[in-house]
Design a binder for this molecule. Structure first.
Ligand code: AMP
Length: 540
């Protein structure tokens, strides 16, 4: 397949784009330039630390330049082409991300847990021709995923693969002058965690992405003395925009942990003297609290830790400072752009109860009547909507969806329910629920419709409805209500999981409970009454 150029990109309104430039929020540097700029200032300081690798800024800059040169020398990929990433938290993933970006090749940030179905559909949607694959990823057989998807160019990291170009071969392959990359062009495609239906693709552009990470770095007071830890999958908007880039824009050491289990995080914090954890979901905080109770080890030395990705229960929030030794701060972030965070100096009740304030001076937030465009008064519940210098003006190739998801004046409707809570003249926001049909499993998002659509392909299933059921650690897990075909043997969690594995769906999306029913309750407009199904399973 020949890569098509990236067209159909929704644009920022010209007057707002001009204002962002005038205010100095959008600069001239691309993501690659920003790394080069950091390397010039912080050359010998540590830039990237994993259990097996330590690179200074100079070394990271050189290796990413070499990757960029090699990519263009030995693969058919050209600037503007799209490269799927199926890779976990190893140093090569970071080098390949920056290297691709420096070559003008666009990373498509998928999770290493994604199966051949997700990768295949996304590759088709964005017109990807290349696939970067980690050969030795422990969580899933990624070479098989790559084989099933079958893109033209495969690059392997973490080991050699048949018919793939190896990472070292690529690094050794050539030197050439840097490619001129357009600061208005796309840096990366991020997957939305936030919409109803099939996951949508957020095209992130250089100017706004650079600003997003700079604003977040400032909100967290990251500087060259900081040691920034990220333990969730790096190839996700949170990893790139909230952790990797903010650390590098300010000359900090970026520590990439291989996983987010409590022992790994606690050991890494101690070993590397971590000072900042930009994002940790409540599900991980609960495990850190259990670990601290069992071992007496908190997160000493960490000055800033932001809990986000899903709702932080108050009973967990109040335990963070006394038991982990780190002040409780919260954040709200999304692949579509806007980040909110609780300022370190905000009163404790603000940090415990809200996700804070948006991080760029030009971010605009509204709380809208559900389904409407009018704003609700402060203190009242409505849909969180936002617009600003790093919130996308639209998804990639999704015109109908964009028309429904953005207001007439360009505010993105998040599908999250929020309340504005002014305190001492500052407008803080709390997240109170959601209206979109998404299950938030420990901050990993499951789009019900995507899973339902696959379940009903099972020959024995007549109809399926997926809802979230409460879970004390993960917040929610998926429960499938199934109507079987008459006479068919009932499906179980295990047999349904086997079927979904065969369909190439990521395991975290598989239902963890099955309820067999004769019919679904309906709303008065004839839709499946998911609220009632959620209440039914919660009651059990
Ligand atoms: P993603 O694009 O995967 O980062 O997911 C973004 C979505 O995660 C948001 O639209 C919210 O539904 C959810 N989310 C993120 N942070 C929070 C938070 N602090 N509290 C509640 N939900 C959150």
């Amino acid at each position: 397949m020949l890569a098509e150029t990236i067209t159909d990109l929704p644009d920022f309104a010209p007057d707002r784009a001009a204002a962002y430039r005038r205010r100095g929020l959008w600069g001239e540097r691309t993501v690659g330039d920003e790394l080069r700029h950091a390397a010039a200032r912080f050359a010998d300081r540590p830039a990237l630390i994993t259990p097996t690798t330590r690179l200074t800024y100079r070394e990271l800059d050189r290796r990413t330049d070499a990757f960029a040169a090699g990519l263009l020398a030995v693969t058919p990929l050209r600037p503007g082409d799209r490269l799927m990433f199926s890779a976990g938290n190893i140093a090569e993933t970071v080098i390949a991300y920056y290297g691709a970006v420096k070559a003008g090749v666009v990373p498509v940030c998928t999770l290493p847990m994604h199966g051949h179905r997700e990768i295949g559909l996304l590759a088709e949607h964005v017109g990807a021709t290349g696939h970067l694959v980690q050969a030795d990823f422990a969580g899933q057989d990624l070479p098989s995923v790559a084989a099933a998807v079958g893109l033209e160019t495969v690059i392997s990291i973490g080991g050699e693969l048949d018919r793939a170009i190896g990472f070292e071969e690529l690094l050794a392959a050539g030197s050439r002058d840097p490619v001129a990359v357009d600061p208005d062009g796309v840096v990366a495609f991020q997957l939305s965690g936030g919409t109803t239906g099939l996951p949508k693709v957020a095209p992130r552009r250089h100017r706004e992405y650079v600003h997003n990470s700079a604003a977040w770095a400032d909100a967290l007071d990251i500087d060259k003395e900081s040691v920034v830890l990220h333990a969730l999958p790096i190839m996700h908007n949170a990893g790139i925009a909230a952790a990797l880039q903010p650390a590098h824009w300010r000359g900090a050491a970026f520590v990439l942990a291989p996983g987010a289990d409590a022992a790994t995080i606690t050991d890494t914090v101690r070993r590397e003297s971590v000072t900042c954890i930009p994002l940790v979901p409540p599900a991980v905080v609960i495990r850190l609290l259990d670990h601290a109770a069992a071992t007496g080890e908190g997160l000493r030395g960490v000055r800033r830790m932001c809990v986000g990705g899903q709702k932080l229960p108050l009973e967990v929030a109040v335990r963070i400072e006394p038991e982990l030794g780190v002040p409780c701060n919260q954040m709200f972030g999304m692949a579509e752009g806007m980040f909110l965070g609780t300022p370190a100096e905000a009163p404790e009740r603000v940090r415990l109860h809200t996700v804070g304030v948006p991080v760029s001076p030009a971010d605009e937030v509204r709380v809208l009547e559900v389904g409407g465009e009018n704003q609700v008064p402060d203190g009242q519940l409505g849909e969180l909507a936002c617009r600003g210098p790093y919130t996308i003006p639209g998804y990639y190739r999704a015109a109908a969806h964009n028309a429904a998801t953005f207001t007439a004046d360009g505010f993105y409707r998040t599908g999250d329910l929020a309340v504005c809570r002014p305190v001492d003249g500052r407008r803080y926001y709390s997240i109170e629920g959601r209206i979109k049909d998404v299950i938030n499993r420990g901050a990993e998002k499951i789009h019900s419709e995507e899973v339902e659509e696959i379940i009903v392909r099972h020959p024995d299933v007549h109809n399926a409805a997926l809802v979230g059921m409460p879970d004390p650690v993960l917040g929610e897990r998926a429960c499938a209500f199934l109507i079987m075909e008459s006479g068919a043997a009932p499906l179980t969690v295990a047999s349904l999981g086997e079927f979904l594995r065969g369909q190439g769906l990521a395991k975290y999306k598989w239902p963890e409970r099955v309820e067999l029913v004769e019919a679904f309750p309906l709303t008065n407009v004839g839709k499946v009454a998911k609220k009632e199904l959620r209440e039914r399973v919660a009651a059990r």
